[in-house]
Design a protein around this ligand. Structure first.
Ligand SMILES: Cc1cc2nc3c(=O)[nH]c(=O)nc-3n(C[C@H](O)[C@H](O)[C@H](O)COP(=O)(O)OP(=O)(O)OC[C@H]3O[C@@H](n4cnc5c(N)ncnc54)[C@H](O)[C@@H]3O)c2cc1C
Length: 486
């Protein structure tokens, strides 16, 4: 890896999830000195799959050999869409290549492992078993303290500790989570287990070298199933009505009989593959992940600007957005570039510009008030890019519940989960392009406009209430917005 000139900036990253590891590697490349603390006792291999868009993945080209490793661990499927009973409605659509319309799926444990190995190969210290309980800052330092009282100091502390972030005290405004009424049963297990089943091996076998992986989507108003099968891993997801038993955690394991029962309770005749794949699932292995709505999180940086939240700690996404990991990774890339431009003596400016690049433009009066209140008032904090991506996730969810004739007419539109405005973004270049204008804006109130949003869309702040998510809950329509979201 070609490393930039050393900056002498010490960066402490809390959390070795995807966002934290990407931030650590990119900080290293940009010449900073990162180290990571993680509450788990070892590099984890937890989770099934997620999608990551080109705006984050393209960056692996700068981290040889990550681009090649990534290419080897992604799924390479064709996506086919059916109604719940197995009637074909669209596809196959190639999901193995980077596109502007849907991220390529990748095994989360494999990607987390690859990033961890890459960070280690660069000599980045990663300390396990350090559960951070408190964050703080002084004029010239920031720190994090773990639950046994050990203190870690740095020039800047990055809270990449996920939805349960402990940075809520110093970075106020933790968004309240409200149940969407839905949750997802999900699991990953070796494909050889599935292939022991005569029915399933008929559907999911590999006959030639270049045969694509399988990605079958079954849609209904009462839930959706995704079956993703590669030569070594089988994953299934069943989005279903939550009876209040689901949790927002990836570690509680349940039995697939619960999913089978839930499938029956829909009263629909599901395709034979679905109950078969559930029955084949090893006992006590499935997660029931609760889908929650959140208002955009209003604040990402501490009053002194030395503690900054990234990833899910700053902006959690529902799975339908297929954007959580992408945006977490973009955050790390953007922050590392800002620190490079600011230098060690202007850390606060770096974190403010980083967050500004997703802020709404402030009027001069707003700006004055914002400075007076040290940017802690939520009204001044409008994270445009990530909150647009969150909103898109709500719309995606609706697409697979309703009009199947529409899907027949335009399968690509139904499969599409992101747009060019997300995929074609380059978070590092964006910092270089916008840095000076953002600094002028922060320092002297010069006008500033973000351009990393859907073209033609003037950002409108939203809340769960304003989108009618709470009133409509399961069947609320999200009104269309102007601009090019494709
Ligand atoms: C175990 C796990 C499995 C997941 N599986 C999937 C999946 O299969 N599909 C999917 O779409 N998404 C999954 N996600 C979520 C997904 O990875 C994130 O939404 C996305 O990648 C954003 O990443 P992040 O780094 O911001 O947060 P996360 O990936 O949640 O990472 C946060 C990290 O911080 C650590 N941490 C938390 N609290 C503390 C603390 N107090 N002190 C120190 N460290 C702390 C956590 O152990 C974790 O490693 C999973 C998340 C986790 C943690």
């Amino acid at each position: 890896m070609q490393r930039e000139a050393l900056s002498n900036i010490e960066v402490l990253i809390v959390g070795a999830g995807l966002g934290g590891l990407v931030a650590a590697i990119e900080c290293y490349r940009q010449g900073h000195s990162p180290r990571v603390v993680e509450s788990r006792n070892e590099a984890e291999g937890v989770g099934d799959f997620l999608g990551i868009g080109p705006s984050a993945i393209n960056h692996f080209q700068k981290w040889p050999p990550m681009a090649e490793t990534y290419r080897n661990i992604i799924y390479k499927p064709d996506m086919i869409m059916y109604t719940y009973d197995g009637t074909l409605i669209g596809g196959p659509l190639r999901l193995s290549e980077a596109s502007h319309w849907r991220p390529v799926p990748v095994s989360r444990p494999k990607l987390a492992r690859a990033l961890y190995d890459h960070a280690l190969s660069l000599g980045i210290p990663i300390m396990f078993g350090k559960r951070i309980a408190e964050y703080g800052e002084s004029e010239d330092k920031a720190y994090a303290i773990d639950d046994r009282g050990e203190r870690f100091d740095a020039d800047v502390v990055v809270a990449a500790d996920g939805i349960g972030t402990k940075a809520g005290k110093i970075v106020p405004g933790k968004a309240k989570a409200v149940s969407s009424g839905w949750s997802v049963y999900r699991v990953s297990y070796p494909t050889m287990i599935l292939q022991e089943d005569p029915l399933l091996s008929k559907y999911y076998s590999f006959h030639t070298e270049d045969q694509p992986d399988y990605c079958d989507v079954f849609m209904s108003p009462k839930g959706q199933v995704i079956i993703l099968v590669s030569r070594d891993l089988t994953t299934w997801l069943f989005t279903h009505e939550d009876k209040g038993e689901a949790e927002e955690t990836w570690t509680t394991r349940k039995d697939s009989s619960l999913a089978l029962q839930c499938l029956q309770e829909t009263g629909l005749e599901w395709d034979e593959r679905i109950p078969a794949i559930m029955k084949r699932t090893p006992p006590g292995t499935i997660v029931d992940y609760k889908i929650t709505w959140r208002d955009p999180n209003p604040t990402w940086t501490s009053p002194g600007g030395r503690v900054v939240k990234i990833g899910d700690a700053a902006h959690a996404f529902i799975p339908n957005s297929t954007n959580g990991a992408t945006q977490a990774m973009e955050d790390g890339i953007s922050l590392a570039a800002c620190l490079k431009l600011s230098g060690k003596n202007n850390i606060t400016l770096a974190t403010r510009v980083h967050t500004k690049l997703r802020y709404k433009q402030l009027s001069p009066i707003d700006l004055l008030l914002a400075i007076t209140e040290r940017f802690t008032n939520p009204a001044f904090s409008r994270f445009e890019r990530t909150s647009c991506a969150q909103k898109q996730g709500f719309r995606n969810k609706e697409k697979w519940e309703k009009d199947f004739d529409l899907i027949r007419k335009d399968p690509l539109a139904a499969a599409k989960s992101v747009g060019r405005w997300t995929s074609q973004h380059n978070p590092e270049q964006y910092v270089y392009d916008k840095w000076q204008a953002a600094v002028n804006h922060i320092v002297s109130g010069a006008p500033f406009q973000n351009t990393n949003l859907p073209p033609g869309y003037e950002y409108e702040p939203w809340t769960m209430d304003s989108l009618n998510l709470l009133a409509g809950m399961n069947d609320g329509e999200i009104p269309a917005d102007p601009g090019d979201w494709d």
